[in-house]
Design a protein around this ligand. Structure first.
Ligand SMILES: [Zn+2]
Length: 739
């Protein structure tokens, strides 16, 4: 059963976050019973810093200890000496802004400062500089008079010059102690950005912390500066504590991989699994008490155990789930080595209708602690925050992770087999409605996350695939292929363990696709030409359906083809938005009747009529140009019913005029029926008077096409006729390491 504490200090009790050495494949940790550590209430926590003095305080007492260490062992540089100190808190004069201060001791006469241009986990340009306001160099009087490490304080004029979109150069005295200060607009409550108000300070330092190029590996400290007027006492962060609301990072890389929540309304749940400490921090929702809370905790613990036992060991000794329960519909998760931020909403449904989503995203992000935070492609091995980092291997770090996120839930019993197949089928649906699978393979789609990987809203429709959905289905295919050709003695689990072992042997050496191909060839040389397999499945555009259908049969399942129930999509190949006054085209399948009739994204349907196309073959299928003025007076607001009434009259006149003497024999259907019930059969035609945003009107004349169904979808279901061998393979695929 879960218990909480209202006022809580944070995690410091959880020891140093040292990396464990190497996986212990085959040597599993002793299983431990769930331990719920009731958060201890600590009263009398003082608000650490107020107003003007906050900078001078820094991390309480630490400089003096460091100076002492340096004096004692002066011939060597203290390895933990912080070279850069950050202070982050609410900006007292700008609502929804952070105030960020940075101080350091410079070595030369000029310092380059940069703000990251992207954040690991989201492979696109972040353009965080647009949130940075009022960057100032502080005068010496505003800098700690002690000069943090005994260095001189600069008295010379300092000149700050902006050199690129995210870079500044500061001219100063050599060896000066320097400070800058700026505001950062923190108004994005998701799992990867920043938010601040009087109740919640939520920071992803990668958004808002400047860094000095070349010093990314130097240790740094972080002071959380709650300031006055805010109710911000508890801190959830994965960095070790070095004082009151002060934390140490071994490098800038670690700092920016350590998001934090500060509030007085955090709920804190702790447990252990396979010797690893886990913490669930919740903001915005109560953790259920009683049996329900116990069941939720057991589920969290179950997938944590399943993952650790499968991989053999865990990269760190403590891991934090930071859950932001939001008041609106939302689903987002971002991975870090020692933590993850999960943002879901609406908060009142968190433990009911959103529960599967919560389990899914939590399991997905936990597996990232191995797959991308530890096991990393060579080209991403050392993050460079100043530029784009392209990788073709998104199908491994996002696709395989998506596959395992749900698979672990099924193996440990959080999902039953049918529920697991529901999750797979959701990805299969995304696959089959995306005609981009005929254009770009996973390699190119992975590189193109930097183009439009997270929002295709402004991109060409049906351009590429998703490294998540497509990568997940490809992982399923590869896993079942390995199991099939090895007689169930080998699986994707083994490949992931191999990558984890290699990472532990050579932590600074990332993997390449060639390593994956070589591993497959080494273990299953006769199964297939693995180079060709990887080429076809990951480098080329392909539609996976037939190959996947063959492989799911090996685990006693069948992949059933189902027609799209929306006849407009099915026969005409067009995806509509029906709920915005006038029906609007979202996109059309290339080469479909809708596309051939010229319907493009954003085109609005003004009037439409269904006609039996066998009787109207004489209708000119070419465009009929209309002036928008004939439908509505420009500049005069009219509701859509007025426009539609005029448009319907025009359309009928055009159609009747075109049919001529056939008028009496043509079978006409209701003009402008309720769009939500509009359907067209394969032997019918739909005439649509439509306009685009430039007011260009024309007639789209579309004949339903039978036998060439669009937007069909597949569904994987258990085969009731499955053989004993197939069922045995399924059982091995779903086998839990915890039972
Ligand atoms: Zn992910």
């Amino acid at each position: 059963m879960a218990t909480f504490a209202g006022n809580r200090k944070l995690l410091a009790a959880f020891g140093s976050p040292t990396v464990q050495n190497g996986p212990s494949i085959g040597r599993f940790h002793t299983r431990t019973e769930p331990v719920l550590v009731a958060a201890l209430a600590v009263g009398g926590l003082e608000r650490a810093f107020h107003g003007d003095v906050r900078f001078a305080k820094g991390c309480k007492d630490k400089p003096f200890r460091l100076i002492f260490a340096f004096a004692t062992f002066g011939h060597t540089k203290p390895p933990t000496m912080p070279t850069i100190h950050y202070s982050i808190g609410p900006d007292p004069i700008r609502p929804r802004h952070l105030k960020v201060r940075m101080e350091w001791t410079a070595s030369g006469g000029q310092t380059t400062l940069r703000l990251p241009q992207w954040r690991p986990g989201r492979y696109e340009q972040g353009n965080f500089t647009r949130n940075l306001v009022d960057l100032q160099v502080k005068s010496p009087s505003e800098v700690s008079p002690s000069g943090a490490m005994g260095n001189t304080v600069s008295n010379a004029p300092q000149r700050l010059t902006k050199t690129t979109a995210s870079e500044w150069v500061l001219q100063h005295e050599p060896a000066a102690h320097l400070a800058i200060e700026y505001s950062y607009f923190a108004n994005q409550p998701d799992a990867g950005a920043c938010w601040v108000d009087r109740e919640l300070l939520y920071v992803n330092p990668v958004h808002c912390c400047l860094y000095i190029p070349g010093q990314e590996h130097e240790p740094c400290t972080l002071q959380v500066d709650a300031g006055a007027g805010a109710d911000l006492r508890q801190v959830a962060i994965a960095l070790p504590s070095k004082g009151e609301q002060c934390y140490a990072a071994s490098s800038f890389h670690e700092l920016v991989d350590s998001p934090f929540l500060v509030s007085s309304r955090l709920h804190e749940i702790r447990w252990s699994a396979e010797g690893i400490n886990f913490v669930l921090w919740i903001y915005g929702a109560q953790f259920p008490e009683g049996d329900e809370g116990g069941r939720i905790l057991q589920n969290f613990r179950a997938f944590c155990c399943e993952q650790i036992l499968t991989m053999g060991s865990f990269p760190v000794d403590t891991f934090h789930f930071m859950l932001l329960a939001l008041p609106f519909s939302f689903y987002h998760g971002v991975e870090h080595l020692r933590s993850t931020v999960l943002a879901l909403g609406p908060q009142q449904h968190l433990w009911t209708s959103l529960y599967k989503e919560l389990m899914g995203v939590a399991s997905h992000e936990l597996f990232h602690a191995w797959n991308i935070k530890s096991i990393r492609p060579a080209v991403l091995q050392t993050y460079r925050y100043e530029g784009l980092m392209f990788s073709e291997l998104g199908y491994v770090y996002e696709g395989f992770t998506t596959y395992y996120g749900d698979l672990f839930l099924a193996r440990c019993g959080v999902l039953n087999f049918e529920e697991y197949l529901d999750e797979v089928n959701a990805y299969l649906l995304r696959h089959t409605v995306n005609y981009g699978r005929y254009n770009h393979g996973l390699h190119e789609s992975s590189v193109d996350t930097w183009v439009d990987g997270y929002s295709s809203l402004h991109s060409a429709p049906h351009r590429r695939v998703s490294i998540y959905a497509e990568g997940m289905l490809q992982a399923l295919h590869l896993d079942l292929t390995l199991r099939h050709y090895s007689g169930n003695t080998l699986s994707l689990d083994d490949l992931m363990r191999f990558l984890w072992q290699e990472h532990c042997r050579n932590p600074k050496q990332g993997y390449r696709e060639a390593d994956l191909i070589a591993w497959c060839g080494r273990h299953l040389p006769g199964a297939c030409d693995w180079t060709s397999y990887f080429q076809e499945h990951y480098a080329q555009a392909m539609s996976l359906e037939n190959r996947l259908a063959a492989m799911v049969r090996t685990v006693g399942c069948e992949m059933i083809l189902g027609p799209c129930e929306d006849s407009i999509k099915r026969y005409l190949g067009v995806q509509m938005l029906w709920n915005k006054g006038l029906p609007t085209v979202e996109h059309a399948v290339p080469g479909s009747p809708a596309a051939m009739a010229g319907l493009g994204p954003g085109d609005r349907w003004l009037a439409w009529q269904i006609v039996d196309h066998e009787l109207v073959t004489s209708i000119d299928s070419g465009p009929i140009m209309l002036d928008m003025d004939t439908i509505t007076d420009p500049g005069v607001p009219s509701d859509s019913s007025d426009i539609q009434a005029k448009a319907r009259k025009i359309l009928q006149e055009i159609l009747h005029g075109a049919v001529g003497e056939l008028y009496t024999t043509v079978e006409w259907h209701d003009a402008n029926p309720d769009p939500s019930s509009l359907s067209v059969e394969a032997n019918q035609a739909l005439a649509v008077l439509h306009t685009n945003i430039l007011g260009h009107c024309s007639i789209a004349w579309m004949k339903g096409v039978g036998g060439m169904d669009f937007y069909n979808h597949y569904k994987i279901t258990p085969d009731q006729q499955a053989t004993a061998e197939q069922l045995a393979t399924r059982a091995a695929w779903m086998a839990s390491m915890t039972r």
